[in-house]
Structures are given as C-alpha cells and as structure tokens.
Design a protein around this ligand. Structure first.
Ligand code: G1P
Ligand code: ZN
Length: 543
C-alpha cells in the first residue's frame, strides 16, 4: 500500500457547528475538500496513530464514497482499527453506542441529519469523542484552526474496501471490521426495555406505524419492531434507506411527515405513530388523533420512565435546552430531582450525562435521549413510549390528558422565519438586546413582563461558559417567548421564536395551541418588532 502526501491549500471559514460541518454535497465533493477536512479532524484531535475509530453515516448520496476516502486517510495516518457499519450505514445513536461499547477513540459520523440528500442537497461530517458524544467546542476549535492552516494530507493508494460483507478485513496495517449496524444497538434496546410486555401489546392487536422516511432507521425499526417485537409486517413504512430519502426532507414533524399525520388523524388510525429523521436521532410521536409535541413527550417520558426496566431506579435528574418548554421542569419538581436548562444543541447534555446528573434530556426540536448513549435517539424514544403504553394499557391521548391534569399543560409552538437577510436578523436581536432592562414590568398586549434576559450558561461540571444563547422574555403567570438565531441554517439567517403558555385550569386544557398562544404571539411581535425588522407578515414554518 503506497501512502501519498498530497499538497493542499487551506479551506477558509469552514467552522464546524453543533452538528459538525454541514455543506452542500457538491462542496464536500469539491477537489481536496473532504480530504482537507478529514485531515484537519485527525490533526485537530492530536493525530490518529494507533487509534481506533467508528465510521458510518445515514446512507445519503456520497456516504459510501466519502467513507472509502476516510478509510484510506485513516490508514495513511496510522490508525490501528476502523469499525464500519455494513454498506457504510450507522444511525447516529448506534454510532454513539459503538464508540462507547467498543471503547474506541471516537468516531466519524456522516450525515446532514434531517436535511435532504442528493448531489444538489446537503452533506455533513462530524467527529464524536470517546464518550460517544459530539465534540465540544474546545475540540472543534482545534479542528477549525487546522482547516485554516493545513498544507498537506495523507492518503493511501488502494482499492475500495468491501463494505457489503460483515467481517474483518484490512487496509495496509489498519484492521477494518465491517459490522451489522443494527446488532449492538438492538441488544442495548433489549437491555433497557421490557420487550416481553411490548410483544404482548402487539399480540393483543395494538397497531403501530413507524415512518422511517426512507432514511437510516428503516433497518433498525424493521429488526426491532417487526422481527424482535412481533409488530405485523408493514408496520414500518418507507423502511429502505435511499440516497435521496425519496426526494423528501427526512424531518419528523407534522409538515414533512404529513403522510403519517394524515393516517394518524384519519378514520382507521393505528394506535401509535412515530417517525425518525435522516440519521435516526430525532423522533416524532403521534397518538390516534393526537400529535404530541416534543416538549410534552419529554415531560411524559420523564414522568413514566421508571416503567422501563433499564430505568427502574428512577431519575437522577432531567435536562432540557432552554427554549424547550418547562413541562419537564414540573415533573422534576414533583419527583424531587434537579432540572438543568442548557443552551440549544445536544453537546451541552454530555457533561451532565457523564457526571450522572441527568437521566433523560430533550430539546423542543424533536430530540429526546438518555444516558444510554451520548446522542439523542429517535428509536429509543419510540420504544420507551411503547414500553409505557404496554405497562399502563392506556392510549396516547389518555396518557397525555392525565399528564396535563396532574402537571398542567404548557401550550407550546415554534415560529421560524427562514432565509432572512442576516444583517436584518442580527439587527433585530441587537436592538432587542439593547432594550432588555427597559422591558421589565412593562405591559405588552395585556401581559406583564416579569423578566427579560440574554441566556448565558455555565456548565456545572466543566465550568465552560456559553453566552448569547437566546433572549427570553417572561410574563406573569409563567408564559414566555424566546428569540434565537439558528446555528444550523445554510441560507441567510433563521429567526426562531419559541412561544409558551402555561395552563393549569382543568377546564381549558384542550384548547387549540395557536389560539391558546395568540396573546403571546402578539406580544412577541410587539417586543421584538419582528414584522418591522424582517418585512415578513408571518413565519415560514410553524411547528
Ligand atoms: C437545531 C435545533 C437544535 C438541535 C440542532 C441539531 O439547531 O434547534 O435543537 O440541537 O438543530 O439537530 P438550530 O438550527 O436551532 O441552531
Ligand atoms: Zn438528526
């Protein structure tokens, strides 16, 4: 095997975000781009000599080609072992599990999550640390610095590795283990959940529809739900991963998973509906006739998690991103455990999970997970729901109604203004930031502002700080609005407006969400001058 050292020039401005580096696929396919970035990761983590890495992705266009390049570069850089999912497939939570289970020096995950795939769509690559979680900023900063100074990369000249056959092979001195992407993950799920109870539930005629959205969870859901748990064949739909996700957005929300919504709101709806995203870390939960918001799902799961054998000891604590609704906070309060509010992005949960401070965590953006891995985990959330449904014998709607009756209901919605001129979006946030002090005690649209602040966070374990993580305006009675700029958009700026109203009056628990939030929506516009700053009359996406 010949090793080439190729001269290259730095790739300016390619700063990895909370989810690694995301770019148009064609950018990644450009001359030396992928190679530069991979070498920058290797250099940024102190080299890969003698190290072992997990490598896999969500199967999108360019996934396998990129993996072949990464393998040749890992071998050329002296890596000892690569553990690769068969055909290059690994869901993000399964990759996290393999990194932890096999004790590797981290891993490379190829995905642009819920973004569309294809030659004209998106691609992404991120490095996860040995704890299985996304690299913290201290590491991504080093990777970024390297992208700006890199002058050469190392790559082996070799034939493509056979990734279709499970087993051991090698590339030069580097051992390659091609693994069944599902096996270790499915075994972990069997440890955590009461598969016997869920099997009986399906035997009793309970019907489930899992929409894999033509993405990576297809094989996982088919093996676990149909083969191991006995859900009837066909319970998993769109279960074969496709390079372009069937031309859609593999994003599990009522807009992109409209087919599933239609079925679940229809006459002959199954008992339980769920979907996951491109790389399998997000989830959507729908009961017959009822969509469960991610914030409500988090609260319900936290309240009932003890029903799953892997969590019979109860909660150590809970964590949510700051913009996620406070529904889970009241569960933590009742259970007498700590509740942490972190900045947006899964990486902030890592230290809390590592330190045993939180058992379950979640984000309003359809991410839920626990200390079993260091990524959010779509299928895990689905299985925990099924475990709870099996143990209680109740429907999704009954469980939610009882939950709201006990804890109150947090009406919640997110309004997104997409592809806004970046200058205008920043101006809006800066303007709002400059007026925070004067907002307190003001009356806006009949609501009294109790507090307005720019969210900063100090990690209680590492002491790391993060500032300017979103502006939260609280109103008397527990309602609030949060304004934040997205960190993952690829075009202009995306303004996210998170709206929340707490209702404890039992007679008003079943109102329509947007109607229930109307006063907060009006106050949000008045406070931030959304329409005036953006020139937009309404949000582009409401979830
Ligand atoms: C979005 C979500 C955030 C999630 C991230 C990665 O980030 O809001 O909760 O962690 O995607 O999946 P944003 O675009 O808001 O920065
Ligand atoms: Zn994802």
């Amino acid at each position: 095997m010949e090793i080439l050292t190729v001269e290259t020039t730095p790739i300016a401005g390619q700063k990895p975000g909370t989810s690694g580096l995301r770019k148009k696929t064609k950018v990644f396919m450009g001359k030396h781009f992928l190679e530069n970035y991979v070498q920058s990761i290797f250099d940024g983590i102190g080299g890969v000599e003698g190290k072992s890495l997990v490598i896999g992705g969500d199967g999108r266009y360019f996934n396998e080609r990129a993996i072949q390049v990464i393998l040749r570069m890992a071998a050329a850089n002296g890596a000892a072992r690569a553990i690769v999912g068969q055909n290059g497939l690994l869901s993000t939570p399964a990759a996290s599990n393999l990194i932890r289970g096999r004790g590797t020096d981290g891993g490379l995950i190829l995905s642009a999550s819920h973004n569309p795939g294809g030659p004209d769509e998106d691609f992404g690559l991120k490095y996860n640390t040995p704890n299985g979680g996304p690299a913290p900023e201290s590491v991504t900063d080093k990777i970024f610095a390297r992208t700006e100074s890199i002058t050469e990369y190392r790559i082996a000249e070799a034939q493509d590795v056979d990734l279709a056959t499970v087993g051991e092979t090698s590339l030069g001195d580097m051992a390659i283990e091609v693994v069944d992407p599902v096996a270790d993950y499915a075994a972990l799920m069997e440890d955590l959940f009461d598969f016997g109870a869920i099997r009986e539930l399906f035997q009793s005629g309970f019907r489930v529809r899992f929409d894999a959205m033509h993405a990576v969870t297809g094989p996982y859901a088919t093996e676990i739900l149909e083969n191991r748990l006995g859900a009837p064949e066909g319970s998993v739909v769109n279960g074969t991963p496709q390079k372009d996700f069937g031309g859609g957005h593999p994003d599990p929300n009522p807009i992109w998973a409209k087919d599933l919504m239609d079925v679940m709101m229809g006459e002959d709806a199954p008992d339980f509906g769920a979907a996951s995203d491109g790389d399998g870390d997000r989830n959507m939960i729908v009961g017959r006739g009822l969509y469960v918001t991610p914030s409500d799902s988090l609260a319900l799961l936290a309240a009932q998690i003890h029903l799953a054998p892997g969590y019979s000891a109860g909660l150590k604590g809970v964590a949510r991103s700051m913009p996620t609704s406070a529904a889970v906070d009241r569960v933590a309060e009742v259970k007498g455990v700590s509740c942490y509010a972190t900045p947006t992005g899964w990486k902030f949960f890592g230290s809390l999970l590592d330190d045993g401070r939180a058992t379950i965590c979640g984000e309003e953006s359809a991410g839920t997970g626990s200390d079993h891995v260091r990524e959010k985990d779509g299928l895990w959330a689905v299985l925990l729901w099924l475990n709870i449904l099996a143990k209680t014998g109740k429907s999704v709607a009954d469980l939610m109604a009882e939950h709201w009756a006990e804890y109150g209901r947090n009406y919640y919605s997110r309004h997104d203004y997409e592809a806004v001129d970046a200058g205008k979006a920043t101006a809006m946030m800066d303007d709002l930031r400059s007026r925070l002090d004067s907002l307190a005690d003001q009356e806006v649209q009949g609501l009294t502002v109790t507090e307005a602040s720019d969210f900063s966070y100090t990690d209680p374990v590492t002491g790391d700080t993060a500032t300017k993580q979103g502006i939260a305006v609280h109103f008397a009675g527990g309602s609030r609005v949060v304004f934040r700029l997205s960190g993952t958009g690829t075009e202009g700026a995306t303004i996210r407006v998170y709206l929340e109203r707490v209702e404890t009056d039992r007679t008003r628990l079943q109102e329509d969400t947007q109607e229930a939030l109307a006063p907060i929506i009006a106050a949000a516009d008045e406070i931030a001058g959304l329409k005036a700053h953006t020139g937009r009359e309404a949000p582009d996406v409401i979830t």
